[in-house]
Design a protein around this ligand. Structure first.
Ligand SMILES: Cc1cc2nc3c(=O)[nH]c(=O)nc-3n(C[C@H](O)[C@H](O)[C@H](O)COP(=O)(O)O)c2cc1C
Length: 183
């Protein structure tokens, strides 16, 4: 099985819970970006060795957190050498509102992957959008580019709806399977 890594930032633990679900689905290594926006040299080496990299960040003010952006900017050194070219990439974001402008964040993650010459993996799940649909259903937020998650702002990560966690699990599995197929 090719190595998959999930590199994410979480300010208050909600996005971390999503990262854990994606990593569980992908059997991936988890790399947390620190509150200072840094990862270790060993973490950079892990990313270099990975066939697939999945980015994760909360949506803050309609985009990635500054800590994730600092990580992305630091990856410009790798971009110079096209060191991540042809890797498989994916992404997820989490916010307080059902919409919350998460699309802007996912678009940014896709652009980052594309700058690195990567192969972006879509969500690949049909939306749950019938009258009977609920927040317990897979892809109930109806995304297609990557994983969208909504966390109530007055509760901890355990209040994230199961449908969103299941979506994250399924996406991790999909990214790892595609990396294996290309492997
Ligand atoms: C600085 C800041 C900006 C935020 N901006 C947005 C936003 O644009 N849209 C939204 O729906 N929620 C927004 N939120 C809410 C967070 O996305 C939400 O609480 C999320 O679960 C936080 O994830 P975390 O615990 O991993 O940091 C913002 C929160 C903070 C602290």
């Amino acid at each position: 099985m090719p190595k998959t890594s999930v590199v994410y930032h979480s300010g208050y633990g909600h996005t971390q819970r999503v990262a854990e679900a994606v990593a569980e689905g992908a059997a991936a290594t988890l790399i947390a970006i620190s509150s200072e926006g840094d990862i270790s040299e060993a973490d950079w080496a892990t990313l270099k060795d990975s066939a697939a990299i999945i980015f994760g960040t909360p949506t803050y003010m309609g985009g990635p957190s500054w800590q994730f952006k600092k990580f992305a900017d630091a990856s410009s050194k790798i971009w110079m050498q096209q060191g991540w070219k042809d890797k498989v990439f994916g992404g997820f974001t989490n916010s307080g509102s059902l919409n919350g402008d998460k699309h802007s964040t996912l678009s940014y993650l896709q652009v980052l992957a594309s700058q690195h010459g990567g192969l972006w993996v879509s969500l690949g799940l049909m939306p749950a959008n019938t009258l009977a649909a609920s927040r317990s259903d897979i892809n109930n937020l109806g995304g297609s580019m990557g994983v969208l998650v909504q966390s109530p702002t007055d509760a901890g990560a355990d209040a994230i709806p199961q449908g969103d966690i299941d979506t994250a699990l399924a996406y991790g599995k999909r990214v790892a399977a595609i990396a294996a197929r290309l492997g």
